[in-house]
Design a protein around this ligand. Structure first.
Ligand code: FA5
Length: 340
């Protein structure tokens, strides 16, 4: 009796194991066979009712069924594990033909690029690059530049004062006197840097950048200034650029000029960038006022000089076709990315 039951049990569970769909089902079958109330456990208990002669045979059969079912379960478990592994490997497969997502490369801010470009050109022309403080004294920013206290020409630059005698420099011209005091002519310097004025519209920003140039030597004339600026502008904007020199006024240069460049967007025809004029104002310049040389201890009878002051934000606007200067200071990465 028990022998037949064991054979049936073996066959029944072999089939169940074979048909198990997943590890969970297999585990349930395992409990049904070997658990506390499992079929084989119960049958094993009935050994006590088996006669002494039959006991060794039945005992051996029970062991055989146990080993067989355990092995079948173990084989099935291995098969499930293998299946799972294959599925995982299938999902993780690397498709080497898939195009790469690429990676972001940082880039210099458009104004930094303009500073680099202009200073590089100037260095090739023999200029030395200098720096000056952004928090400046009234003396270097104005008085040494022939702009005395309470003089109406101060109104040209709406200045951020910190105390009566310290301010955020309103022009890089402030480095002129600092350098003239330190150096002996002849010398050629450029100074790029931040400048500040209380102004804000689409072409004026309270913080902006200038590049100052100063040359002091014997017999420096307007012809030298014009030749130098023409070369600089053509290097910057291309050989087909037209340059216009207009008479102007700055207390620290005499005579003074303002320099316009043909709009690189429309090549002089007139467009929204140049407000229809075909030209764009870029910088102020002139022959250094002898008074300024004398104030800094340079003999104006022996030496003369020229100076110029570029608005670098304007240069960057023109080079990149930007119509609102504020975009440079918003730190909007989408905007900056367009100008890589
Ligand atoms: C000056 O600042 C003189 N120091 C330039 C100079 C130097 C003349 C040496 C003679 C000799 P001006 O105020 O025009 O000049 O400014 C020069 C340039 O700076 C302008 O042509 C313009 O391009 C730029 N600029 C002036 N104010 C602003 C502003 N608020 N935002 C952006 N750019 C400005």
């Amino acid at each position: 009796m028990i022998k037949e039951e064991l054979i049936q049990l073996n066959e029944k569970f072999e089939n169940e194991i074979k048909g198990a769909q997943d590890a969970k089902q297999l585990n349930e079958i395992k409990v049904k066979i070997f658990g506390k109330m499992g079929a084989l456990t119960i049958l094993s208990k009935s050994m006590r009712d088996v006669s002494a002669e039959e006991r060794p045979t039945i005992g051996a059969l029970i062991n055989h069924v146990r080993n067989n079912l355990e092995e079948k379960i173990s084989q099935k478990e291995d098969a499930f594990k293998q299946e799972e592994l294959m599925k995982k490997l299938d999902n993780e497969k690397v498709d080497i033909t898939e195009p790469s997502k690429g990676f972001e490369v940082g880039a210099l801010h458009p104004i930094s690029r303009v500073i680099d470009k202009l200073t590089d050109i100037c260095v090739e022309m023999g200029f030395s690059v200098v720096e000056g403080p952004e928090v400046e004294t009234d003396y270097y920013n104005f008085e040494a530049m022939n702009i005395p206290k309470n003089h109406p020409s101060r109104d040209m630059q709406d200045t951020f004062f910190i105390t009566e005698n310290t301010l955020l420099r309103s022009q890089t011209s402030a480095v002129q006197a600092r350098e003239m005091e330190k150096r002996k002519p002849p010398f050629k310097i450029v100074c790029p840097g931040k400048t500040y004025r209380n102004e804000s519209d689409s072409t004026h920003s309270p913080i902006f950048h200038q590049l100052e140039g100063l040359v002091v030597d014997e017999k420096i004339s307007m012809a030298d200034l014009k030749a130098m600026l023409t070369t600089l502008m053509k290097r910057l904007y291309g050989d087909d650029t037209t340059i216009r020199f207009r008479p102007s006024f700055f207390p620290f240069t005499e005579p003074s000029i303002e320099v316009d460049v043909s709009c690189p967007n429309c090549h002089g025809k007139g467009c929204s960038t140049c407000k229809g004029t075909g030209m764009l104002e870029l910088l102020g310049a002139g022959i250094v006022n002898p008074k300024v040389l004398e104030m800094s201890g340079i003999d104006s009878k022996k030496y003369s000089g020229f100076a110029f002051g570029f608005g670098l934000d304007r240069v960057a606007m023109i080079l990149n076709g930007i119509t609102n200067i504020r975009n440079f200071y918003k730190n909007d990465v989408r905007f900056l990315k367009q100008m890589r």
